[in-house]
Write a protein of this length. Sequence first.
Length: 554
Amino acid sequence: MFKHSIFLRIYGGLVILVVLVALFGYLLVQIINYQRAQEYRESLTDGISYIISEGIARQPNQQQKLDWISDASDLLELPIYYVDSTKVSLTRTEKKRIDEQKAVVRYDASNTITYVILGVKEDPNHYVYIRVDNFNERQMKALPIFIMDYLVYFPGQEKEYLQKIQSRFSYPVSIESIQKLPLDSDQISRLRLDHSIVLYRDNASTRGTNVSIVSPMSNSHTQVLVLGPIPLFNWMPYQLAAGITLLSLFVLSLGVYGLLVPMQRKISQVNLALNGMKTGDLSLRLPVEGSDEMASLASSYNSMSDHIQRLIEAQRELMRAVSHELRTPVARIRFGMEMLAEDDDYDSRLQQVDMIDKDIEALNNLIDEIMTYAKLEQGTPSFDFEKVILLEVLEQVVTETEALKTQKEIVLQVPPENLVVDAEYRYLHRVVQNLVGNAVRYCNHKVVISGGINYQGEAYICVEDDGAGIPKEDRSRVFEAFSRLDDSRTRASGGYGLGLSIVSRIAYWFGGSIAVDESPTLGGARFIMTWPAKRFKKQKKNYLKGIIESSSEQ
């Protein structure tokens, strides 16, 4: 069902597309945030790493460097190691960062542990290796101590040297007056007790939540060292959310376009074909691709075009044939009227009137045949299917034929008396009548009529004669309108070439078929019409589709 419905395929494709785009967006966010998080960690550690590296470099000897590192480890409550550079493998990018006195940050996501590697100024043989299992307020409050330890070597020039190293930090580092900061009395009291404080602020702007570290200056009670505001890492900033959303919508629109392009192309083909049909060009046919609704539409259009083209051709042939058939009786009537006007003999005039009357009757019969054929050929006839006793129909036709005194032997092979088939009585009678009339016209002496239900469960009517038969190459042509194999147009040939065409159309509307071959017993022609003996509701609905499908079925 999914394969045959273009709309289900589009809806299913949209669902799959949305899932894929959502998965794509999620993976893209993870990849981008992985890089952002790495850059964020490095930006936070670059400045303080420079300060630590400078602090170690100021120590005059190896032992004092180790003591300084030990004090820093105790202060930060983090394990810090002074390791040989040959024991640490660095990438080219990491070596470049070490040379620029920046930190190398490695994050172990499985254990949520961060490793920070620092270079030591004027000591390329050693690295400082820091393992960060957890970073809390205690570590944050210790950071200003390293900066003040750096500034202690520049008394009175603290602000100037802070400005010099500001480029090393991704966040502001400044010395501010305690009165200018938005602090409450409790926070001011803690600062005067030489305690550092951590301030959290929720910013309604794009930066989101940030944190500031305020630490008292050892040589001043009115000024403090302020680190920050330091923005906390935002996993979904509005720029990233907007970018991912727009990119996802763009990818989704491309996918939707890809889903709709085939249908748009097929609709354009249908529209082009319909415009061609509107101008009278019925030669264009649509490619039937797949088995969905558009393929069904293309197939229906092709069948409709074939049928319309065939109807137009049949109408043209009908007009040509009708004009030819009408000329003969009309010419005889005109000739009879002229003879009637010139002939003074009473008996001769009566004879002419009788001939004119027969020609008028022939015209009426021809018009009836043409109307019946046109009704069956160009529209859906109104059939009233009912239970019909097949024997009654056959016997009625035999009786009517024998009443014509044809001097031909009519043999009825009687079917079971209780054999009932589903048919429209009037049209079934017309079929038997036309077949028997055609057989009587072309037989030598004998016509055999039979009917019943074959081994396939289909009802059938069979009419055979002992005439010359029909050559194989002409058997399909006998069902064409106004087709007579003797090519004569005289009253001696009988009929107008419409009888078998009418039978063919009735067989079609019955849901069956008509075929002709050689009679195995009589040697002449044998006509067999078959149709469903029992009609179901589905069959009754299906036969109404014949206008569109008739050309393809034939």
